[in-house]
Ligand binder design. Structure first.
Ligand code: SF4
Ligand code: SF4
Length: 272
């Protein structure tokens, strides 16, 4: 019938309208259970997916709990476990940032030698497009996406160019914002640390074993071998000398015998 679809649509809208009041009535005050009180005026409400009707949040006093993977602008992690910035000023994030809104200045030591930490770090958050490339390419888990989206200011410059102090947050803040990602990273970092420790241990053991083997073999070889060779040579020389003397003696005996025979022959001839 003509107009049936229209009536059906209006019916759904009307149901949403009445459900809004009925659901609110049913859940009041339970609607605020599990909400997070930010301060005296503001709270975060974790609105369940079973919410019926139209949702009304009394913003800015109330705001929705954001999903973990929500991202707005980046933040730099201050590692409270080791007491330093995780950032090493490698510059990878600045290179991969599509709108090129990151600037980094590497710090120097007292001798003017560059060190692995930034002295300055800026992000133009008016240009940042929340793509999260910087966080994905950072090899040190030093830059992560913040959930803070209330950045309105009167002047673009310099207020929307965030410096290192404005960008830096403690590790615990990141852990609270991204609990499951943080847990995965901690596990991976612990595994990598264990792997590095094991490799170091193996290297050390191999070096020790090599050194021990060398110290066992090296000092004896040069001394013993010539000595052994010398003994063998001596033995061979002595044996050679004895054989030669014996041969000489035999030859002499032979010559004496022949000389005696010749003398006896000569005497016999002269006598006859
Ligand atoms: S945030 Fe990460 S990628 Fe960027 S400079 Fe620091 S360590 Fe390198
Ligand atoms: S989120 Fe994207 S646009 Fe923003 S600073 Fe990171 S890489 Fe650049």
């Amino acid at each position: 019938m003509f107009g049936t679809g229209l009536l059906k649509g209006l019916g759904i809208t009307l149901k949403h309208f009445t459900d809004t009041f009925a659901d609110d009535r049913r859940k009041e005050p339970a609607r605020y259970e599990g909400s997070i009180q930010i301060d005296a005026r503001r709270r975060v409400i974790d609105q369940p997916i079973t919410q019926e009707g139209l949702l009304t949040i009394q913003y800015p006093e109330e705001r929705r709990l954001l999903p973990e993977r929500f991202r707005y602008i980046p933040m730099l992690i201050w590692d409270t476990e080791v007491g330093e910035d995780r950032c090493t000023a490698c510059g990878i994030c600045a290179k991969v940032c599509p709108p090129q809104c990151i600037w980094i200045v590497r710090d120097m030591d007292d001798n003017g030698k560059p060190v692995t930490r930034p002295s300055e770090f800026y992000i133009d958050v008016a240009v940042c497009m929340s793509c999260s490339f910087c966080t994905e390419f950072c090899p040190f888990d030093a830059i992560k996406m913040n959930h803070d989206y209330e950045l309105a200011v009167y002047d673009r410059y310099p207020q929307l160019v965030y410096d290192k102090a404005e960008l830096t947050v403690p590790l615990e803040y990141y852990a609270a914002l991204w609990p499951s990602q943080f847990a995965e990273e901690q596990q991976r970092r612990a595994q990598e640390k264990e792997e590095d420790r094991r490799r170091e241990e193996e290297k050390k053991q191999a070096a020790e074993a090599k050194a021990a083997k060398r110290s066992q073999e090296a000092p004896e070889a040069p001394k013993n071998q010539p000595a052994a060779r010398k003994t063998d040579d001596n033995r061979e020389t002595a044996a050679g000398d004895t054989a030669e003397a014996e041969a000489k003696r035999v030859r002499l005996e032979e010559m004496k015998r022949k000389a005696a025979e010749k003398a006896a022959q000569r005497k016999k001839e002269s006598g006859s």
